[in-house]
Ligand binder design. Sequence first.
Ligand code: A3P
Length: 695
Amino acid sequence: MKAFLVDCFAAVMRTERSALSDDRSLVELGMDSLIAAEVTTYLQRELDLTLYPRELYDHPSIAALSSYVASELDRMHPAPSAPTAGRSSEPATPAAPAVAPDAPVRPAARPAVERLPGIAFILSSPRAGSTLLRVMLAGHPALFCPPELHLLRFDTLRERQRALGTSYLGEGLIRTVMELAQLDAAGAQGRVAAWLDEDAAIQAVYAWLQALAGARLLVDKSPSYASRLDTLERAEQLFDGARYVFLHRHPYAVIESFVRKRMNRLVGADADPHVFAEQVWATSNDNILAFLERIPPDRAHRIRYEELAREPERVMRATCDFLRVAYDPAVLSPYSGNRMTDGVHHQSVAIGDPDFLHHTGVDSHLAEVWRDIRLPRALGEPARRTAAALGYELPVEASAARAHTVEARAASQRHGPRESFVDVRGLRLCVLTWGSDDAPPVVCLHGILDHAAAMDEIAQRLVRRGVRVIAPDLRGHGRSGHVGAGGSYHLVDFVADVDALARTLGPAPFPLVGHSLGAVIAGLFAAARPGRISSLVLVEIALPADERPVAAGRLTTHLDHLASPHGHPVFPDLAAAAERLHTIMAMPPDQAAVAARRLTEPCDGGLRWRWDPRLTTRAGLSLGDVGSSADQLRELLGRVRCPVTWIHGDRSDLRRTARPVPDDGAREVVIRGGHNLHLESPDELAEVIASALPA
Ligand code: A3P
């Protein structure tokens, strides 16, 4: 694992493997939120492991991260246990068994057994009304439709046990065994415990369930199956001629319900619940759509939840036809008779929808609730694509898109930006300006590997308040000049460029805004030239987490970087470059398309980034290299005489770094969003910046 992570970080940070010793702090080596995001994308792709950037900061060395990743991998994809021999105790008398009910529940990981006949699956995202559909079908005498089994993903029952752990998701199987073998809770638990002792193969458990269900068709509804395509594919490996009922529901209703029921906590997810719920809705439905593409049409059937709730009889008649059972009106009375809607024990949470028993019949008004739901933000592109594939109307996104187009057109006619070039300390810097030349200036400095145009959304809003926004592409970035083969990017050079630019603005003090690295530059400049700045705004300032002074090892790393400059990747076209910006910086697709045009230049084989590849090594950018540790910078900022506003995102990985200024030295403002607040929350950010401008 260590070697794999070293390769991963070396590739992403474009550094030598030798620089990445086990215990060196990755933050000290230059890991920032951009790199963290790229590493998590890499791990997702290579290891199928979703790791959040925060977890990288919590384990900030190769040694710490590798044992953490190894344990997470183990938890997520446990290795199959070694087979052991054994027999299950025999079940109660089965009818028409597909497999003899007293046959041993076979131990083995990935058993090479024949595919089982006769099963149907209900596939859906969570909160799509799957409990309702299951319970409706459970009333049909020719179907056996138990609570959620959560079996399909695993090879053996022990593997399932390890993954589900102490969550109540394991209870559906016990409730099912109670029903089929006519056992009480303790008896069914004992039965499942015996299978666990024997390391029963999952396919054998299915065979046992089918045997006891007798002539009834087993219908397995477990929303967890749709979270992974390979789990869905196992249905075809384990069963012959399986049938699939695809139940889907409007994303607004699913996401709102998911968040309200705190489903992210059920799976232990730490991410923003709305973002997570949206991802779960889109991924589940995408996986089902992709899976069903390969299934013959006579084995797949779609149900739109909204139609099920509005016209239950029509939908259930069609579903019975599909399952090849005669229509039975009992399916329309989900609250009558025993349909396993209770838990294993009296006090157990009901399996499936915990609120199912709060209703008394099929509640048609729930079909329409999505129309009144206002999520805190518009759906992202992937969820919008899925909604389009499923034929769902998205009124909020449609009107936002219209408003955005109108506003963008109007804004671009009114406010620029205008591009100009100035010679600064031997380099040509590109400077963008928004607003009238007579208006008082506000200077904005962007972050590492970003560019001046990224401030557009903020600048447009500030200009409407009567100011002129001036944002340079920092040296080596955007359309500004590069230092050349013999140079490097030292923090003091960026500060000196700002010093030179400031002289072109005349003697009056001006407000200075910086994001990330730009905030560090802004802070150093304000500290060094106290009379020049009237208000200092530090957005997501990137202080080093490690307080130690510059070490010889870091200097060696920087020398290594400078000795072997790396090139840029080559993109086939603008769309690929835009996709990269969208993925890595979470830039909205329309902005990523505009930024990709500005940030790329032609090269052999396509396009490459226009910024200087030396910047990706971060050589020279560490605060330690200008002789100031984070503490020293804090001390410098404490001496700034103008008002200071420190802004950070509530979901930012940098949020936990210590205050950049003494307690009483700055107004602190928290905004909803991550590191790139200028992209994620432009309205709020512009509002706070505007409030920090001198009257
Ligand atoms: P809410 O309770 O949040 O509205 P699932 O079973 O897949 O988890 O889906 C749960 C959702 O099914 C519920 O979410 C509810 O909207 C819907 N549902 C539950 N019981 C229902 C009923 N009797 N009639 C109509 N819809 C029902």
